[in-house]
Design a protein around this ligand. Structure first.
Ligand SMILES: NC(=O)C1=CN([C@@H]2O[C@H](COP(=O)(O)OP(=O)(O)OC[C@H]3O[C@@H](n4cnc5c(N)ncnc54)[C@H](OP(=O)(O)O)[C@@H]3O)[C@@H](O)[C@H]2O)C=CC1
Ligand SMILES: O=C(O)C1=N[C@H](C(=O)O)C[C@H](O)C1
Length: 270
């Protein structure tokens, strides 16, 4: 393969290239046959990652125009993800974003870009989480009246809380349980539990990659459904699968479930 990946099957742009996930995506791409990183950018100057030079993020428009990558993979922050989506729309580049913590207005910005190019947003690219989401929908529907509490644990540098995955799981529970429509974030003092609550607990500690547990409890039994990510490579692999799939799609709004459905894995939803 040539240095700029001109003969690769899938040529990527990666934003946040100096971040935990950006580095992981570049390293996973380097290990994958037929995939090359044609553009990598970061807000602050960063040494090359896996031999890929990291450019100033302010040059993104010029770099996308010159390299014409097949897709851009973004793991940054909500404001920058929206700005990169606008750059993708202008350059005609499909965008995969795993960034979490968007406000509603920022989501509108992503959706606006999806009118021009394919945009795939997923709060979690682990296949196990896709399976967890299916299991949670099934369990919550099968156990009417049971209390539901969600606990997520992440490393101490995570910015947003609760996690994007936690919010997706809460959406899943609420989609099958009309009686649960109030998210209660932690409890303190006089706080008796009401029947319409879903308790949400966000823990931040050490270097935990990411854990999500959904507890369903009746009066004489409990069911716990838990996913633990072993390392960030699992997210990077899923994001590369998503980029590969998205590169051939029409403009629109997509989720990781669409990628897995296409591969007959049977997942649905974001
Ligand atoms: N969907 C999924 O499967 C996963 C999603 N995530 C999400 O991905 C995102 C990034 O996580 P992680 O890699 O751990 O975070 P890091 O803090 O390690 O990296 C963030 C990166 O984004 C850049 N960045 C942040 N804000 C801006 C901005 N305003 N403008 C330009 N660049 C910016 C940072 O640049 P700089 O170096 O200059 O600070 C850095 O390169 C988070 O939202 C996280 O929740 C994480 C793991 C899996
Ligand atoms: O910030 C992280 O690290 C992670 N963020 C995602 C989220 O907010 O759900 C996914 C994963 O849990 C790791």
């Amino acid at each position: 393969m040539s240095g700029d990946g001109a003969d690769a099957d899938l040529r990527l742009a990666v934003t946040g290239a100096g971040g935990r996930m950006g580095r992981e995506v570049i390293e996973a791409a380097a290990d994958r046959e037929g995939v090359a990183v044609a553009v990598a950018v970061n807000r602050t100057p960063t040494d090359p990652v896996a031999g890929v030079a990291v450019e100033d993020a302010d040059r993104i428009d010029e770099l996308l125009g010159a390299a014409e990558p097949d897709a851009l993979v973004d793991f940054t922050g909500p404001a920058s993800a929206v700005a990169y989506a606008e750059a993708c729309a202008d350059a005609g580049v499909p965008m995969v974003t795993g960034t979490t913590g968007f406000a509603d207005a920022q989501l509108d910005g992503l959706r606006a870009a999806s009118e021009s190019v394919p945009v795939l947003k997923a709060s979690n690219f682990a296949r196990g989480v896709a399976a967890l989401r299916r299991a949670v929908r099934e369990a919550a529907a099968a156990l009417p009246g049971y209390d539901v509490e969600l606990t997520e644990t992440h490393h101490n540098a995570k910015r947003d809380a609760p996690s994007g995955t936690a919010k997706s799981l809460l959406d899943d529970v609420e989609s099958v349980r009309d009686d649960l429509d109030r998210r209660v974030h932690g409890r303190e003092g006089e706080a008796p539990r009401e029947s319409d609550e879903i308790g949400v607990h966000a823990r931040r500690a050490g270097d935990v990659t990411g854990e999500h547990e959904v507890l369903l409890a009746g009066n004489r039994e409990t069911l716990e459904l838990t996913h633990r990510a072993g390392d960030r490579g699992v997210f990077a692999e899923g994001a590369l699968d998503a980029a590969d799939w998205l590169a051939a799609r029409a403009p629109g709004w997509y989720g990781f479930g669409d990628v897995l459905d296409a591969g007959s894995a049977g997942a649905t939803g974001e």
